[in-house]
Ligand binder design. Sequence first.
Ligand SMILES: OC[C@H]1O[C@H](O[C@H]2O[C@H](CO)[C@@H](O)[C@H](O)[C@H]2O)[C@H](O)[C@@H](O)[C@@H]1O
Length: 600
Amino acid sequence: MSRIEDYAIIGDLHTAALVGTDGSIDWLCLPNFDSPACFANLLDGPKAGRWLLAPEGGGECTQRQYREDTLVLETEWELDGGAVRVIDFMPPRDEVADVVRIVEGLSGEVKMRGELVMRFDYGHIVPWVRRNHTGVHAVAGPDALYLDTSTRVHGEHMSTVSEFTVKAGERVPFVLTWAPSHLPRPRSVDPEEALEGTTSYWTEWSSKSKASGPHRDAVQRSLITLKALTYMPTGGIVAAATTSLPEQIGGPRNWDYRYCWLRDATWTLQSLIAGGYTDEAAAWRDWLLRAVAGDPADLQIMYSLHGARRLPETELGWLKGFEGSAPVRIGNAAAGQFQLDVWGEVLDGLALTRNSLLGQPDESWDLQTAIMEHLEKIWDQPDNGLWEMRGPRRHFTHSKVMAWVAADRMVKAVRDSGLPGPADRWEDLRDRIHDEVMEKAFDSERNTFVQSYGSKELDASLLLIPRVGFLPRRHPRVLGTIDAIQRELTQDGFVLRYKPEASDDGLPGREGIFVACSFWLVEALLGAGRGPEAEELFHRLLGLRNDVGLLSEEWDPQAARQLGNTPQAFSHFALITTATQLHAGLRHHSNSPIHHQGQS
Ligand SMILES: OC[C@H]1O[C@H](O[C@H]2O[C@H](CO)[C@@H](O)[C@H](O)[C@H]2O)[C@H](O)[C@@H](O)[C@@H]1O
């Protein structure tokens, strides 16, 4: 059984597939990220659908890598009789979706076996499968899949099997195409042309990057991963490609991340802008304006890729879950929560786009004003916080700090950029929130900010206080909070987001350390003047990436394995912004663009 870190991602900017080190595609939702899966081996085993393509004897590959700065994956096996490579990719999309796999003989000869188990609706539906002159054709309900290959296939135990030998220099292609079942068979794809086109697409995209410095490769891989999590038609960005990969193996903390969180998307935007990608930032702003249009009181913390608001949370009882981690959930009840921080994140993100996309039309000021006016009425309410706690609502410190951020950015927009608005009133609110946080969210005995007003608990989000400019990076209270978090909220030097057993988050069980929060500690240490410690922690965090540079949401320090949904935008944007700070120096806060070398 594969571990979370065994997976690499390929995608077509509408959806993504996860490919294991054993050559099996174990996760693929079609046609979009949030559509039902046709391969759900990840959550239930092979009977829920998968596509294995590997040497006959099976087993882990010897090595794998992405082709330079692309999303084209190469998985290689070296065996006694020869060596073979499987090249996997999804060509950037037209109206239908393709997964292309090319088996390439590298030396000697290798016996290969393909096993395609097509299931629709997360393993629930076994389709009708018919042979045709180029492969097979599967249909059930709205979905059709077409397999085209030059090698012979036959049926075996409800799967489509191919057995063939590949010699040095030979190439055996497979193309799996999804199309709506009511339409005629779609155009066929030339696999070699598609390989060239896909390689050029990603190479060209990567050539626009401003990533540089000692961590350039890690940053570029993270930027490519974030791009792979964007939904091209609307500009929406999913939090991760999967649902229900557990935060504790065998536990119930399993959530569907195939949606657009305003928080995650705003942070992703910050890192794309840091990487020099302004087109994606503009597309995100357009997505945001469409998604949140209407009464600001109805603003949600997350939406679907298309901006839909209803994301009912359901359990898929027929799936046993990753290594038995049940339930498997689709939809996400957090969509209905009140998370005060989101307003600040959105206004912070729009301030950044305004400062970064100079000269591009910006129609978001009316929305920003409406959001701020609404926030003036609700900022003093208890909320669910950025960790989406399902326990009682509280006055979370981070939420209030983000309300301060909202007011701060709006004041600056009026004062510095000349936009219209009641700057004095917003300034007054900003100062009131600041005073309240300083008074109610600080434990002077332990010299640390706390998770919520009056609480004794710590929370990793407190590390963001200097990042958003609420206090200077070396303010005594910031330094005290860093010390307290290192003392009380770390495992093996990595940071927990909070202590689940003491924070009444409404859920049983525990979880791993939170990768993004550990990157936040790096930045906080750097700001505190503890550069060598920051560098050391950053290098240890880079070591949590898998062999192809991917991070999931969490890490289990005892078992030394990844936990949670993967690849996760949160972890990758934290890597990018932290690496940029380490390289460029602490020259910016969350809302100011980074000036790369050579720029004025
Ligand atoms: O811990 C409980 C919550 O966990 C998920 O939320 C987390 O993921 C979100 C997407 O990356 C992120 O925005 C949030 O800050 C994280 O806590 C889950 O989506 C929630 O439903 C759940 O209550």
